[in-house]
Ligand binder design. Sequence first.
Ligand code: PDD
Length: 316
Amino acid sequence: MRSLRAMGFLCPRAGTLCSVTESRMVPPPRVSDMLAWIDGSVLPLRDARIPVNDHGFLYGDSVYETVRTFQGELFRLSDHFRRLRTTARGLRIPIEWSDSQLAGWVEELRGHLPVGEHYIRLLVTRGPGEFSYAPDPSQKPTLMILGGPFQATAREVLEKGLVAVTVGIPRSVPNPRNPGLKTGNLLNSRLAYFEAIERGADEALLLTRSGHLAEGSSSNLFLILPGEVLATPSIESEILEGVTRTVLLKLAREVGLEVREEELSAECLVQAEEAFLSSTSRSVAPLRSIDGRELGCPGPVTRRLMDGFIRLAGGL
Ligand code: PDD
């Protein structure tokens, strides 16, 4: 895995390279290994172009989904389509393609990728337009489907655990966009991630503006509180309703865990016996410390959920 230093990440405050040797976040495939589907053509991602007046570029006016395969099958594709449509509706970007058209184009792209596990990113922008916010009925959204080989992290590596720190950047900005929408406006998350890696951690934990727990920069947060209680911030807590989160909550209830989905104060971090993050690319990623406090890693409950997830999805 390339280090962030090698990738040339800059620390925002100091304007110098971050002193991070290695990030244990799962990287997406290298751009050089990826293909893009645009307008019915499949081409190397490096050669893919969008016009500079695309509002996705001018205004961050875009929505996206990340999907992966387990044993060659796309995981919860229809849930990702549903969230893509909800986000697009929230931004008033009309999506005229049906789920079966989208799925067909995803398969077309996958047909050009090497056999194995795949990472797929669907991206819809408002499309090329004037330098104006004024609604333009003739503006056509741009659809891009990007894909490449997906390298899952080995369970032994996952089980070493990640280090997380709470950061000062809130999940939402004072004039908020809805954090439940998966839009292309990712600056808070990105700055939060920078802050975390500057402090030697692998992932940032963002709080809500009122100081409650929200989520990771690109993941949802779960805590195991005394008494084997699985606690996670509710969807009202300025989080993205992760597809993996939904799967894990159902699984936890099925295996008889007590589940608390509610506003969680930052003090819960101190009570937690175990903690993990969830996301499409990391499935269940145990945390070995939060703000320097060591946690059971992976503790018994996390291990049970990892096993359950493997049974359900076919892998981690
Ligand atoms: N990130 N919260 C945020 C802010 C995210 O960006 C993500 C996903 C999640 C987890 O959602 P899901 O389980 O549906 O992947 C939570 C993806 C992986 C990404 O940004 O590519």
